[in-house]
Design a protein around this ligand. Structure first.
Ligand SMILES: NC(=O)c1ccc[n+]([C@@H]2O[C@H](COP(=O)([O-])OP(=O)(O)OC[C@H]3O[C@@H](n4cnc5c(N)ncnc54)[C@H](O)[C@@H]3O)[C@@H](O)[C@H]2O)c1
Length: 327
């Protein structure tokens, strides 16, 4: 019996893989290596498959049989919201087409549990916070749409195939559980700010007149190791769950502002920062904070790590990556 992690060679997936191994589970990874890296998973069995490709179903079926897979954690996806606006068909093909292929392969297999990487992007710009799972889902870009449609497919396929499923709506993921597993692509506030510091530039702050304590945007940052641990808790929950499908917010239930993050970055890096204050970006909400009571009530899970750990570990990982990249 083993756990299949799709996208396991990526940022979040490699943390999930490591925690599964630490508790003694057998793990197999499927990844196209489009953005993932083999070195993140050591000698864990890897099948290099493009899940959105024509040959995916047969190739994945062979993996499920060979490794006697009974549980799947599906993280493989494209994740750049801005890019999804430019290339919506590509995002639907990869994120929804790939997911449909995974369920086509699972049909008739021994898989009985399925955890899906969803996102707070399904909420779009929520009217108020904390954001509960019951609040309206109104994604504002194709990426968020594919996560919402993905949740629907997961629930429907779970019912049809007799599989217990959970969709985890991640809030803002940050940090590194191990220095070699940092988020290497500068795409969110923290990774962009770290990148700016390394290039000798000042981080930019979009919006400083929100209705928040310091005027800058507030988000719910969750440590990637806590998030990985939430996948393990979800797999265990699905084994005992008396419901076929569930959606769960994964955050801390507390917010940090852009300036809080940058102040922490200044402390963690030992660099003085003078952030550049810019106008708001259209559509950006002031504060988005998760209601995390469902995770704690159903799974007995809550995040344990705070901003200092997230920012400090992300900085350390970026330093290590830079040293590794030097000739
Ligand atoms: N990082 C975040 O802040 C965040 C927030 C919310 C949700 N998510 C979701 O979490 C998941 C993992 O994100 P991540 O940050 O680790 O990204 P990542 O890019 O580091 O990892 C994604 C992995 O999936 C693989 N992959 C992509 N397309 C594939 C395909 N067609 N077939 C097989 N493998 C494929 C990539 O090679 C990569 O290893 C994604 O589903 C993403 O949408 C991430």
């Amino acid at each position: 019996m083993s756990v299949l992690v799709t996208g396991g060679a990526g940022y979040i997936g490699s943390h999930v893989v490591r925690l599964l191994l630490e508790r003694g589970d057998d793990v197999v990874v499927v990844d196209s290596l489009a953005s993932g890296d083999r070195s993140r998973i050591g000698d864990v069995p890897l099948a290099t498959i493009d899940l959105a490709g024509d040959a995916a179903v047969a190739a994945l079926r062979a993996v499920l049989t060979e490794h006697e897979v009974t549980a799947v954690v599906h993280l493989a996806a494209l994740k750049q919201a801005g890019q999804s606006v430019e290339q919506p068909a590509r995002y639907y093909r990869e994120n929804i087409g790939g997911l449909a292929n995974v369920f086509a392969a699972i049909d008739g297999s021994d898989v009985d549990r399925f955890v899906f990487s969803s996102s707070a992007a399904v909420y779009g710009n929520p009217d108020s916070f904390p954001v509960t799972e019951e609040m309206p889902t109104r994604p504002i870009n194709p990426y968020g749409e594919t996560k919402l449609a993905g949740e629907w497919l997961v629930a429907s396929a779970g019912r049809a195939l007799g599989i217990n499923t959970a969709s985890l709506r991640y809030f803002n993921v940050a940090g590194a559980g191990w220095p070699e597993l940092g988020d290497s692509v500068p795409m969110n506030l923290l990774t962009l700010a770290i990148d700016a510091v390394h290039r000798g530039e000042q981080p930019r702050v979009f919006g400083h007149d929100f209705d928040t304590p310091d005027g800058t945007g507030v988000r719910d940052y969750v440590h990637v190791l806590d998030l990985a641990d939430a996948h393990i808790a979800a797999l265990d929950y699905l084994q005992r769950a008396d419901e076929r499908s569930t959606v769960l917010n994964v955050g801390t239930g507390t917010g940090a502002s852009v300036l809080d993050v940058l102040t922490q970055l200044s402390e963690s890096s030992g660099r003085e920062l003078s952030p550049l204050l810019m106008d708001r970006r259209p559509g950006d909400p002031g504060a988005v904070i998760a209601d995390v009571s469902r995770m704690s009530e159903k799974l007995g899970w809550r995040a344990r790590r705070g901003l200092e750990d997230m920012v400090g570990s992300a900085w350390q990982a970026s330093e290590q990556a830079r040293q590794g990249a030097q000739p």
